[in-house]
Structures are given as C-alpha cells and as structure tokens.
Write a protein that binds this ligand. Structure first.
Ligand SMILES: *Cc1c(COP(=O)(O)O)cnc(C)c1O
Length: 821
C-alpha cells in the first residue's frame, strides 16, 4: 500500500518545503542504518532525548532516500531534488500517519497490553490462529510510541486479522497508542507486582493501561486479581473473563502438572473442557488460558483447540550469536520468517564486523507468499553485501530469477535433508552465518551440525541489556558530554569485539582497552572508533601506529620515548592522551611535574596531538570519600589549565568512571568513562539506575547421588554431611573462574528457583552442591551460577571480592553466547 507525499502531508498538517521526488511512499524509516528500500522510503527525523534524527538526514540521502519528514525548518543545503515535509513534531506526525492508515481497514484488530506476557500471548495467538487467518502482527516486541506506529503501518488489504501489543512507561502514552491501534478486541495479560516505574502508583498504571480498551467490542481479562476485575468493570465494555471463580466466563477448575506438560481443565458454557500445553511454569499456564479464551470466543472446535495447544512452541524472539566450528559464528533466527524480522536479523549480521565473510542460509517463505516478496528478500541481501546465499526449499528454486542479479554466490537445495546430506561443517570457514528459516524447515538440525559442542558451561551476554544500560548512563549526561566505553579485560569478561560492535553501532565516542593487543583485536574485528590504550609501553609503539591506536602517556620516560619514536618515524601530530595522578597514585603526572611537562610540550608538542587529558578517581562510589574526590577534581582542573596554556589548543577533559557519572554529575567535564555500569553492575549501589543484567553464567548437573549422613564430599573430606543428602555435581570449577573461596557453603548456586550451597571444596573442573531441599531435580538440569536470579555482586560478596574480579576471572574456555532481544 503506497501513499503520495501530498497525502502524507494531508494526514499530518505539515508543509512541503520541497517537492521534487517522484514515486510513492511504501516504507517508513526512523533509523538511517535500517534502510532497505530507499526509493520508496520516507525518512522520519525523530528527536528524542538521546538522538536527533536530523543528524542522519545526509546519511539517509546518501543511501538513496528522497522523501523526508523533519521538524527543523530547513534541510542541509546540499540535499536537493527531494520531497520534504516539515511538521511541528515528527513523532506525533508518525503516529497520525499510522492512525490514518489503520482507519482504512475493517478486519479485526487485537490490542494486547499488561505487565508481562504481551509478546508471548501475541506470538501464541499467531501460532494458534495462523492456519485460518492471514495475520499481521507487531515484529518482536515493538510496542512503544515508535514501535506501535511502525507495526500498524504493516497492515494491508491481504490480511484478515491484526495483533498488536502496546507497552507504556509514562502517563499519557496509552491514549496515543489507542488512537493508533483502535483495537476491536482487547486483551489484558496481567498486572505485575513489581515497580511502578514512571507512575505514581499501581492504580495510576492500571488505569492508564486500561485506556487501550475504552472502545473495544470485547475485552479478554483474568479476574482473579481483584484490582484488574474492578478496573475492567469500570470500563463499561463487554468482557470475556477467565479465572478460578464460578463467575468467570472461562472458569478454571483445575491445573495438573506433569514432568513436561500441564493439563488445564475449565468450564465454559456449562461444559467441562481440557487442554494440555507443553509447558509447566505458571506464566505459561496463565498465557495459555488467555489464548484459550480467544479461541473459544472465535468458536473454534474443541478438538482443534486441543490439538493446537499441544503444539505451542516456546517464544524466543532473541537473536543468538553462537561460536561454531572452523572459526565461524552462527546467528540462529529460525523462529519466524517475515520481512521485518528478516531486516532485523540482517542488521544484526552486518554488525558482526569481526567476520569479513557473511553467509545467509534461508528457507522458503511461508506458503502463498507472492513472488515479489522473494524479490524484496533478494534486494535486501544485495544491499547488505552478503557474500554467499544458500536457499533451502523448492520455492526458491522456482523463483530463482530473483537471485540472478545478486553479487553473492548462490547455492540451492531442495530441503534441509538434501543440505545435510551434501554439506558438512567444512563448507564454512571464518564467517558469520545467519540461519533464517520457517519452523517447518527444522533448521535446528543445521545448528547441531554447525555449532561447536563443547563443555556445557556457558556465559550468555545479553547485548540488548548492554544497550539498555548504555542508555541509562547516557541519560545522566549533561548535553554535549561525550562517552568513552571501557572494554578492557575482554570487555570485563563479556567479549571485547562483540561488545565493541554494539557500542560502535550506538555511536559512543571512544573505546578504551588496557593493552595494545586488545586494541589490535578490535581493529581486526572491524572497529573503527578511536581507541585509547591505557597501558602502552615501548614494545607496543610500532603496533599502536600500525593499528591507529592512541596511547595513554603517563610518565616522563613513556612520553619521551614515544616522542623519540615519532621523530624516528617522521610522524607528526599523533593522537595521544595525557594521564594525571590526582590522588589514586597508580599512573600519571603529578602536580609537581607540571613545569617540566609544560616545557617538554612547548618544545616538542607538535609531534603529538593531545586528544585528551584525564585522571582516575580513587573512591567515586563512596560518599564518605566525597571530600577527597573533590580534591582530586580540583587538582585535575588546575593541572588541565596548565597543560592548556602550554598547548594552546583545546582537548577533551575526563575524570568520571561509572559510579561518578551518576553520583557526582558536576564532575562530568567533557567526557566520561563508562565501565562496570555498562555490564549491569551498579558499583555505587545507588539503586536508582535501572540497569539490566548483561552476563549470565550457567552450567548443568553432571550427576546426582544420594549420600548418607556422616559421609564426606570432595577433596580432603571437607564437606561433612550431617543428614542424608542429595548431592549434585556441576560442570564448573576454579579453572572456569569459580573461586575456591566459594567452597564449603560460602557460595550458592540457583537451581529451579532455589539456592543450593556448595559442599566441600571447589575442584578444578567441577563442584558439588547440596540439593536435598529442592524437589524435582534431574541430571542435566540447568544451573545459574550468576545472572538475573543471582546477582554477580552477591557471588562477589560471598567470595570476599568485587563483581569486577568475578566477571573478568571467567575462563576463556567458557563459551560466550551473545543474544539480542
Ligand atoms: C577501568 C577504568 C574505568 C572504568 O571504571 P568503572 O568503575 O568500571 O566504571 C575508568 N577509568 C579508568 C582509567 C579505568 O582503568
């Protein structure tokens, strides 16, 4: 479905300041990095507290975009022959456009909101209704003020049903989303207990959420929660209720859990019915009941309902990057196959700059997908410079003309079975491989073939949480303050190239590593941001220059030998950073060094270009030391001033680490250095930043045994049992970085919602825990060593250290798996 720029202007009440572009608008883009169809895209320059889309107009233009919507009065002068619409507020205009688009369709639209389960309910309804309907739905969890209009924009006349989710974080937002979605049916998942972040109370939050439903024909909601029941009744719209009470339309009379499934019995229309779902957790049962209500209302026959419920698939919308054989990495995104999720997956592939070659393996699109969509996929592959494309399925063979003009090498197979027969893992080497396939094609068999299967202890790094944390700190910065991200020590154990790729994507200003070799790894991984090397010595100078890395110069010997090196190499104006010691007494020039430093800079200063002058705070997280921190800042300011006099040109001044950014905003100077906070640890324990866990270390149970009271566990018989016990042996030990200090009950691990203490000493590759009090444990069960359920700070406390040490001590043999939500 396409619109002319004049129509769009009409929807928004904006004025056209240029009108030279030909053609119509089919796509709305708000991110200049995500442009697949430039000729038919409208670039919308959104202005948020973190990012001003107007800065990316040139980039969008260079990529071929000719339609723009802006809220500044003018375009950069070199942007010509385009059509440009000026509106008062681009976000509001985007929402208006989406609302007008929505109004054109008569088919039912479901709007889902609630504290948890929105995405699962949406995806499950999609799974359950897909055989009968042509469904358009929010990609992933696009449910924000920007995500909802972009989701709604995907509606077209081929669809028969739309399912959108809506999420809010501030009062006033739902009103907007209601205008855009205009739901015919409403689904309220639940009201969570936790945090009312952004709202004054749960009442306010609930009332706000309910605004989505003010005009629905029917609202599905659970009434076990009295608060929800009341709020739903107050809306005065027809309700379809579920709950463990006779008064509910779908009256749940029993749930019975087996090892891997749950059977749910209920009474509806006076008749008893049962479904079985392949899940056992409470949230899944709740979400399944919600979906059940929708199916019953649609008058789907009971046997179809039962059959489809039994086949429900877990929803994992995250993209995973896993190390694979022959130096490859696999991105497995086999959940669903539609254009918008494909665009997201391709983007993620492109971000993996540590791999020079990229391969995409893709299956046929879902049945009845028309040929032009195959062409659109091919077009996206061409744009993202994918080197090799492997198609699986007969339809790609039928439409192979779509692939003819691709610069990539193309291989075609009739199905997954043929691929597995003809190809082995040696077919791939040092490349990033994106697997994108409809479920039907069982791509998990390829994953088994390609993924490296090693020791089952792994550390999951959540790159979306990392981006979230970055944002939390960026919001603390005064306007114009730059940000240097610390990725030293293998990115605090998280993996430097992967983390740096995300940071580069989010356009941080600088990266910092400890040693030159770490910087080289970043360059080899395609990182082009400026990189500061904190600890460069003479032996590394050659490497620094070769890889365009910028040293920290912290003493006269280092400064002099670097100046000498530059002279020999006939290099001038090489970027460097001067380190001052203001009280930490680790590295740096002190106040009494200033006269000599000034003299040296005045004489030889042209060989170097001082990019920044900085110092490190010794105790920024500790309020009791704030006076000392203040002294450090005063010394810093004074010495910067002296260096400024000697150099006669400006440089960046920076002092704050993670704890100071938030606690002491007056010390932000021109740039801050963000370290541990990025990885989700609030070192200052302020509890005021909502950071997300980035690293989750998990292992599995190798063996379970019953051991009698009086027996002992492990080396030197340190674990004495005072009762008959169940002991689990885990696949992790001190060689993986799990400290021996955590032995003998000091440390605990998280299994099935409970903590199990370590018994006896920690071994090199294993350890034993007491699981006597935890029912239902089996061998190979997953164990969280630290992560969202067991914070790394807690583990650090148990072993008498800090989170920094725990994170950076996790051994290299522990496989890192990267996920993006
Ligand atoms: C490691 C480091 C930081 C980051 O400290 P966090 O407490 O992790 O934020 C900042 N500056 C320097 C010089 C560092 O070495």
């Amino acid at each position: 479905m396409a619109y002319s720029i004049a129509e769009i202007a009409g929807f928004t009440g904006g004025s056209l300041i240029q009108d030279h572009a030909a053609g119509e608008i089919q796509y709305l883009v708000t991110d200049s990095r995500r442009i697949s169809f430039p000729e038919t895209s409208l670039f919308i320059a959104l202005q948020t507290s973190l990012r001003d889309g107007h800065k990316y107009i040139r980039e969008a233009y260079n990529r071929g975009v000719r339609f723009f919507m802006i809220q500044h009065d003018t375009l950069p002068p070199e942007i010509k022959n385009v059509s440009c619409l000026v509106v008062g507020n681009t976000l509001e205009a985007l929402q208006l456009i989406a609302a007008r688009h929505r109004s054109r369709f008569q088919y039912p639209v479901m709007g889902i909101t609630g504290s948890n389960g929105k995405t699962i309910v949406k995806e499950w309804l999609f799974q359950l209704l897909q055989p009968d309907e042509r469904i358009v739905r929010s990609p992933r969890s696009y449910n924000s003020q920007i995500g909802v209009p972009l989701s709604v924009w995907q509606m077209n006349s081929h669809h028969s049903l739309a399912i959108f989710e809506a999420g809010i974080s501030l009062p006033g937002e739902m009103q907007q989303l209601q205008h855009i979605i205009q739901p015919t049916y409403g689904i309220f998942t639940n009201l969570g207990e936790a945090h009312n972040e952004g709202f004054s109370s749960w009442q306010q939050k609930l009332q706000e959420k309910m605004l989505l439903f003010k005009q629905v024909q029917l609202l599905f909601c659970a009434i076990d929660d009295e608060r929800v029941k009341q709020a739903a009744q107050d809306l005065e719209v027809p309700l379809f209720t579920t709950g463990h009470t006779k008064e509910a339309d779908l009256y749940i009379t029993g749930t019975e859990r087996a090892a891997h499934s749950t059977s749910i019995t209920a009474i509806y229309n006076g008749q008893q019915r049962t479904i079985v779902i392949p899940f056992t957790d409470e949230a899944s049962v709740r979400n399944a009941i919600t979906c059940w209500a929708v199916l019953l209302h649609s008058e789907m026959p009971d046997d179809s309902i039962a059959e489809r419920m039994l086949l429900l698939q877990p929803v994992d919308m995250r993209l995973q990057l896993v190390q694979a054989l022959n130096g490859c990495a696999l991105i497995n995104d086999s959940y669903s196959f539609d254009l918008s999720s494909f665009a997201i997956a391709l983007e993620f592939l492109q971000q993996q700059q540590q791999f020079h070659s990229k391969t995409v393996i893709l299956s046929d699109l879902p049945e009845h997908t028309p040929e032009p969509v195959y062409h659109a996929v091919a077009h996206m592959l061409a744009q993202k410079q994918v080197g090799r494309v492997i198609t699986i399925g007969p339809l790609w063979q039928q439409w192979k003309a779509a692939l003819a003009s691709l610069p990539a090498r193309v291989e075609q197979y009739t199905g997954t079975a043929q691929f597995l027969q003809q190809v082995n893992a040696n077919h791939f080497r040092n490349e990033a491989i994106l697997l994108k396939g409809a479920r039907l094609f069982a791509f998990e068999q390829m994953v088994t073939m390609l993924a490296r299967r090693v020791h089952q202890t792994m550390m999951e790094i959540n790159l979306s949480a990392l981006s979230h944390n970055l944002k939390q700190y960026q919001q603390q910065l005064k306007p114009g303050t730059r940000l240097m991200a610390m990725v030293k020590a293998f990115g605090y154990g998280s993996g430097s190239a992967e983390v740096a790729s995300v940071l580069q994507f989010h356009q941080v200003d600088y990266l910092a590593v400890a040693y030159a070799d770490e910087g080289v790894d970043l360059r080899k991984a395609g990182i082009s941001l400026p990189v500061l090397v904190l600890n460069a010595d003479e032996a590394a100078f050659e490497t620094l220059v070769q890889y365009n890395l910028e040293p920290e110069l912290f003493s006269f010997p280092v400064l002099q030998s670097f100046l000498h090196f530059l002279e020999q190499q006939a290099l001038e104006s090489y970027p460097v950073h001067l380190k001052l010691d203001t009280g930490m007494h680790r590295l740096g020039f002190e106040s009494h060094d200033m006269p000599a430093l000034k003299a040296l800079l005045e004489r030889y200063g042209n060989r170097i270009a001082v990019r920044s002058v900085f110092s490190h705070l010794a105790a920024s997280e500790d309020p009791a030391e704030d006076a000392f921190t203040g002294q450090q800042a005063a010394r810093f300011r004074e010495n910067c001033h002296k260096i400024q006099e000697a150099l006669g040109y400006p440089f960046i001044r920076h002092l704050s680490n993670s704890a100071a950014i938030f606690r002491l905003p007056a010390l932000q100077f021109d740039m801050v250095r963000l370290g541990i906070g990025l990885y989700g640890v609030d070192s200052a324990n302020t509890h005021q930043l909502s950071l997300k866990t980035v690293a989750t270390l998990t292992t599995t149970i190798a063996q379970l045994r019953n051991v009698k009271a009086g027996e002992t566990i492990g080396y030197n018989r340190r674990g004495q049992l005072s009762r008959d016990s169940v002991i689990a042996t885990l696949r992790i030990g001190y060689a993986d970085g799990y400290s021996r200090k955590l032995g003998n009950g000091n440390g605990k691990v998280w299994i099935k919602g409970q903590l199990a203490p370590v018994v006896g000493t920690v071994c090199m590759d294993m350890l034993m825990v007491d699981v006597t009090d935890i029912p239902g444990i089996t061998e190979n069960d997953l164990v969280e060593v630290f992560g969202p359920n067991l914070p790394v700070q807690q583990v650090a406390e148990w072993s008498g250290t800090i989170a920094y040490e725990i994170l950076t001590a996790i051994g290299q043999r522990v496989k890192r798996v990267y996920v993006e939500e």
